[in-house]
Ligand binder design. Structure first.
Ligand code: 4AD
Ligand code: MG
Length: 440
């Protein structure tokens, strides 16, 4: 400990020692002879105590100069103190002021969201934002851990691409020298290339959709992890998704408990997230919605109220499979019946599976089984008004050793929102991009 730099999150290993903490003034108060300062160093918060007899006259007086977010270095002795955030308190022996900060725009009082969003570059220092982003980082770590431990190869898809994956209505397009390119909506088609080369892969990166809707679940730039597995059908896909979600939730509970408490998340709700998750067909979902007074005509996609109702019905994540083919992308394998095994012509159902999170967080996973026949896929590309030239490489996967295969995409920000209990996805990524939001 002595030679390496001290961080607040490791305070328990330095109990009774004299250490230096480098950080920023979170808040302070004085009561005559004793002054208290909560310092944050990026890894946590710690209370420090200025007592003239211990810290000397200079530090005791310098305390008065400190403003919120002033940068300082405090040296002193640590001791256990349950009332200090993080459980340890420092009795200050000396202080170095790095900078007395100008008046910080974000004070402990309430601010409107618009103001906070304009000051996102400073807002991320606030404890709830800090906690949510620490949970985000842990989710990303646990995602990679899950796939790496299971022999999946990380297979990076390009961000600039000529191929639309999820329909043409939400594409961001850009000039690519003499050609046109899009920002990727999903790495899936490239993930399928990887599955045929490596057996099982995961694509992980930012994806882009020109979503004009202003909802609490939509960003125009979001991160998606997309596993893709050769010789896997729809049920294998749901098995994988289930184990995956359970791993993420239980890892975050174990490793980011303090952050979830800062966020006032109801932990008992997360503790109960264990497989198996219910699996219902779209047809069954429509019946449930009807019974709950949220009926929709067969063939329509679910909206937010329907997802919320399905979440309430089960109280845990629920898979909805076999959606109407008419509302799904071109690459889905189709069938005439629920449980059917593919059709040459156009089927009524797409072999898709979406996982809907409880508490109104909506669809966090979307995926399914892919069409593996060249001729069928070729026809669908035409039916969806896509240019075969841009998909010839994708069709090659069917020409050369095609196999049944499946995969899905998990939206990182929606997952962070669900696990942290944060209302809106804008607080689940450092710099959210939305309709009308491109700064900072
Ligand atoms: O259901 P989606 O559109 O599926 C795909 O893109 C497939 N190609 C994935 C695959 O099979 N490899 O999107 C997958 C997930 C959604 O369930 C949701 O969690 C998230 O991505 N998502 C968004 N998150 C934030 N903002 C948006 N605009 C999102 N659109 C989708
Ligand atoms: Mg979807």
């Amino acid at each position: 400990m002595a030679s390496s730099r001290f961080f607040i999150e490791n305070a328990s290993q330095a109990d009774g020692q004299v250490v230096t903490v480098k950080g920023w003034v979170y808040h302070k108060r004085s009561s005559g002879k004793v002054k208290f300062l909560v310092i944050r160093d990026g890894t946590g918060l710690m209370q420090s105590v200025f007592f003239k007899g211990d810290c000397g006259e200079e530090a005791f007086n310098d305390f008065e100069k400190l403003t919120q977010e002033s940068s300082i270095e405090l040296t002193g002795k640590l001791k256990k103190e349950p009332r200090s955030p993080g459980g340890y308190e420092m009795s200050v022996q000396s202080m170095k002021i790095v900078q007395v900060a100008e008046a910080f725009p974000i004070s402990p009082k309430d601010h409107g969201v618009e103001f906070l969003m304009e000051n996102r570059h400073l807002w991320v220092r606030s404890s709830k934002q800090w906690a949510a982003l620490r949970v985000r980082a842990e989710i990303i770590r646990s995602i990679q851990e899950f796939f790496d431990n299971r022999g999946f190869i990380r297979f990076d898809a390009p961000i600039l691409t000529p191929s639309a994956c999820e329909g043409t209505s939400t594409l961001f397009s850009t000039q690519y020298f003499d050609d046109k390119a899009y920002l990727t909506q999903s790495g899936q088609l490239y993930g399928e290339v990887g599955a045929m080369a490596f057996g099982k892969v995961y694509v992980f990166g930012p994806t882009f959709r020109a979503e004009k809707s202003k909802t609490r679940k939509h960003l125009t730039e979001f991160w998606m992890v997309e596993p893709e597995v050769a010789f896997a059908d729809l049920n294998d896909n749901m098995d994988l998704g289930e184990a995956f979600i359970e791993h993420i939730v239980q890892t975050v509970l174990a490793k980011r408990n303090e952050e979830l408490k800062i966020l006032e998340r109801d932990l008992s709700k997360l503790e109960s997230i264990r497989g198996p998750f219910p699996r219902i067909s779209y047809d069954e979902a429509v019946k449930i919605l009807e019974r709950r007074g949220q009926g929709i005509p067969w063939g329509e996609d679910f909206g937010a109220p329907h997802e919320t109702a399905l979440g309430e019905e089960f109280g845990k994540p629920v898979f909805v499979h076999h959606m109407p083919a008419q509302i799904k992308a071109f690459y889905f394998k189709q069938s005439d019946t629920v449980g059917g095994d593919g059709v040459e012509g156009n089927g009524k159902y797409a072999l898709g599976c979406d996982l809907i999170a409880p508490d109104g967080y909506g669809e966090i996973i979307g995926g399914g089984q892919r069409e593996e026949k060249t001729s069928v896929l070729q026809r669908r590309i035409h039916e969806h008004g896509l240019n075969e030239r841009d998909y010839s490489w994708y069709l090659d996967l069917r020409r050369y050793g095609t196999v049944p295969h499946s995969g899905f995409g998990l939206g990182v920000e929606r997952t962070v929102a669900w696990l942290t209990g944060v209302e809106h996805v804008r607080e689940t990524i450092p710099f959210p991009r939305m309709l009308n939001t491109i700064r900072p």
